[in-house]
Design a protein around this ligand. Structure first.
Ligand SMILES: [Ca+2]
Ligand SMILES: [Ca+2]
Length: 183
């Protein structure tokens, strides 16, 4: 082997081995992080050698609860209102707060999307506690019919979805929760 080839081989070996053993980016940077000179550069809300950890938000704001689907009847086929559609009303219960939106969408029509956008910010201060909400038929009677519920709990490994679709456990109701993470 000619000396310069030896040097070249040695150089290639040195480069590859140093990459293999000292470059932490040999494992891909996660969560859309990128490798810069052997180190993962993580996006704002992530940290760790491979950007595998997510920062915990200090609070989460609920910016909208949208009704995507609902039924005129409950699971026992009893209509919420006899002559027209239900009158949609939103209440939210978290560990340390209760919230009522105040708006009633009267005689709601399936196929229409209704948005419960809070007028004042609705903030979850304890992000690990989660919240449940109910869509009621508020039609003037004392006991309101429960059309359905929805649920959200922050997942420390689930990223930061700004929209979450929730399926009710009670009657047919599909909602989309919009969220904003505050750091
Ligand atoms: Ca009713
Ligand atoms: Ca009605």
């Amino acid at each position: 082997m000619k000396p310069y080839i030896k040097t070249l081989v040695a150089l290639i070996f040195l480069l590859t081995s140093s990459c293999l053993f000292f470059d932490p980016c040999i494992k891909d940077c996660g969560n859309n992080g990128y490798c810069d000179d052997g180190d993962c550069v993580c996006p704002d809300r992530f940290y760790g050698t491979f950007c595998e950890d997510q920062k915990e938000p200090s609070s989460i704001e609920i910016t909208n609860i949208k009704i995507l689907e609902f039924s005129m009847k409950d699971n026992d086929s009893i209509p919420y209102d006899t002559s027209d559609g239900p009158d949609l009303y939103l209440t939210i219960r978290g560990g340390d707060f209760e919230y009522e939106h105040g708006t009633i969408f009267q005689n709601a029509v399936p196929g229409t999307q209704y948005n419960f956008i809070p007028i004042e910010p609705v903030i979850i201060e304890n992000v690990n506690e989660g919240f449940e909400f109910f869509i009621l038929d508020k039609d003037g009677s004392v006991a309101y019919d429960i059309i359905g519920d929805g649920y959200f709990k922050y997942d420390s490994k689930g990223g930061f979805p700004d929209k979450v679709v929730s399926n009710s456990w009670i009657n047919h109701l599909v909602t989309e929760i919009s969220l904003k993470y505050i750091f």
